[in-house]
Ligand binder design. Structure first.
Ligand code: NAD
Length: 297
């Protein structure tokens, strides 16, 4: 019987834990605040940001939202970040990616104060993660780590294959899996678009993390019997639904499920975890900035 890993349930636990710590902060006179910045007309980005704002409200985090015209000069975004860096009521800053082409993404990520960088993309925070001294773990790989822990998936000594090497998922995911300690100690292979024999790598994998962005790219025939399959992919495919599309992962769910020992569905797997870990990082940031002890699980 294949275990279906329930991201909604684990995310609800994380949110409950976060909400408790919001109260601890409130008792110390601190209301945690998260600023989201949107410089894009992309409907998907708009949806993501509004979901993040709604999530904040639910756990008692003050949401602050700034919208910048997608055609505005880059300086407008930089000025906004400078203002938010200086605000005492803002503990976390998230600039929704992608930013327009005329804005240099790296400059944006470097401009956010590392203490407020709840996405964990500032080079200082990337460096700390790699050094095994993470401040803010990027939300998606952190969420995956939480899922693995919640379902007692043994990572120590396991052969893990991460498919994808992006800065926001694949690379930090691999870094977390190779760290010493619980939820680490995995023997980790990173596959990407230039990998020669993906099927050969997957055939031996105890844990597969798929972050490719290609609908149903990995199927059951490529997996080892009993493997744990974490599907990060969220892909829109045309479908005969009200919206005209459906969401599918990077893994072909039905065939993978018949081989895997445990698997995440899409939606309802990694997605809700990503959202929950942003709240987690925001509360952690507020605690650090105000010297309030926050003991998040
Ligand atoms: P990306 O496009 O930045 O990276 C995709 C990676 O896949 C690249 O590193 C590339 O080398 C690799 N790749 C491409 N073709 C390949 C091939 N043929 N074989 C092996 N590897 C190949 O994407 P991303 O930002 O890492 O996102 C990946 C997917 O995860 C997307 O579907 C995205 O929507 C989704 N995503 C979901 C969440 C979530 O919360 N669940 C968060 C972030 C991203």
């Amino acid at each position: 019987e294949t275990t279906i890993i329930d991201g909604n349930a684990v995310a609800a636990d994380v949110r409950a834990d976060v909400a408790e710590h919001v109260e601890t902060l409130e008792d110390a006179g601190v209301t945690p605040g998260l600023a989201t910045v949107l410089m894009s007309d992309d409907p998907a980005s708009e949806t993501y940001v509004s979901m993040k704002q709604r999530d904040c409200e639910e756990v008692g985090i003050e949401g602050i939202h700034v919208e910048i015209d997608a055609d505005a000069p880059a300086a407008e975004l930089y000025d906004t970040i400078d203002d938010l860096n200086a605000r005492e009521d803002v503990h976390g800053i998230l600039v929704q990616l992608p930013v327009p082409d005329h804005v240099d993404k790296r400059s944006v990520l470097r401009r956010i104060a590392p203490e407020k960088d709840v996405d964990g993309f500032h080079p200082e925070n990337v460096g700390r993660l790699v050094a095994g001294d993470a401040r803010f773990k990027p939300c998606t790989p952190h969420g995956v780590q939480k899922l693995l822990a919640a379902y007692d998936v043994e990572t120590e000594g396991a052969d893990a294959v991460v498919v994808g090497r992006s800065d926001i998922v694949g690379k930090p995911m691999a870094n977390l899996l190779i760290q010493k300690g619980p939820t680490g100690n995995a023997t980790t292979t990173v596959c990407h678009s230039r990998t020669e024999d993906l099927a050969g790598k997957l055939a031996d994998a105890d844990i597969v993390i798929a972050a490719v962005g290609i609908p149903e790219f990995i199927d059951g025939s490529m997996l080892k019997e009993g493997a744990t399959v974490i599907d990060v992919g969220i892909n829109r495919v045309e479908a005969d639904t009200e919206k005209g599309y459906a969401l599918v992962g990077d893994v072909e769910y039905e065939s993978a499920k018949s081989v895997a020992g445990a698997i995440t569905p899409v939606p309802g797997g990694v997605g809700p975890m990503t959202r929950a870990m942003l709240l987690y990082n925001t509360v952690k940031a507020a605690g650090l900035q105000h010297d309030v002890a926050i003991d998040l699980e």
